[in-house]
Design a protein around this ligand. Structure first.
Ligand code: 1GP
Length: 253
């Protein structure tokens, strides 16, 4: 059987294999105008980011979403991956979508319902689906609340590993450990190491609370393959410099 891995996923896997880690910049269409989002993407590209994720828990939909994706594509050549919180987080002008299930949600909407209702749109829009297990760790932030997640305690790496392994056995080729956007601290490196040991060659994405090259480097050293930063980019007055700090810390480490 031939696995249908699309070009964006293949590109990310190749970057991880050749440089040791990849960096994704998260842009929430609800946080700034499309023009500003386009400028942020351009600066992030100059800082060495590998792809732009577009999404958010509240308000990342409709016109704001489409115009933000368009502006990003006008300003950079980077692939745009949707990071939807539901069906409304899909649009036709992106390249790919993290086709994800929030495995530790208590709500069937985030486990399978939005995915079933969104699948025909993914097909119609010719978006590349990248199968991904999404697992939210304390403190979880807005996405933890919106997604009705039974948060993984920070002191229980084995629980995170159990969910990650379940995702891998479902055939998801990526697992995203999420501390929640704007978290005070990232997921603990010890948890990352335990999860990566269980996952083997499935790719491990880390996001939430990563604000420095040093924090990103510690996570990659523990086993993270892809690092996501949103708030740090959003708040930075020097987006290129901030992204460069992270990318130079994780590549080749
Ligand atoms: C949120 O993990 C991402 O889904 C990014 O988190 O905003 O804290 O960088 P930050």
């Amino acid at each position: 059987m031939v696995l249908m891995i699309g070009p964006v996923e293949e590109m990310l896997a190749r970057i991880v294999e050749t440089t040791g880690a990849a960096h994704l910049t998260l842009i929430d269409p609800d946080s700034q105008s499309p023009e500003v989002a386009g400028r942020m993407a351009k600066a992030a590209a100059e800082g060495g980011t590998d792809a732009i994720m577009v999404g958010g828990s509240v308000g990342a939909a409709g016109r704001a979403l489409e115009d933000t994706v368009r502006a990003i594509k006008e300003e950079s050549k980077l692939p745009v991956i949707l990071f939807p919180s539901g069906v409304s987080g899909l649009c036709s002008n992106a390249d790919a979508v993290f086709f994800m299930s929030l495995l530790n949600s208590r709500n069937v909407s985030y486990l399978i319902e939005n995915q079933a209702l969104g699948a025909p749109l993914v097909y119609r829009y010719h978006l590349e689906p990248i199968p991904m297990a999404y697992v939210i760790v304390e403190p979880g932030g807005t996405v933890g609340w919106v997604g009705d997640a039974k948060l993984i305690p920070r002191s229980k790496p084995e629980l995170a590993a159990a969910y990650a392994l379940a995702g891998k056995y479902f055939g998801m080729r990526m697992v995203y450990l999420e501390a929640g956007s704007g978290a005070n601290e990232p997921v603990p490196p010890k948890m990352v190491a335990t999860v990566k040991r269980a996952l083997g060659d499935a790719l491990l994405i880390l996001g939430g609370g990563i604000r420095s090259g040093e924090a990103a480097r510690d996570l990659v050293a523990a086993g993270a393959d892809l690092i996501v930063t949103g708030t740090g980019v959003e708040r930075s007055e020097d987006v290129e410099g901030f992204v460069h700090e992270i990318t130079s810390a994780i590549k080749g480490s």
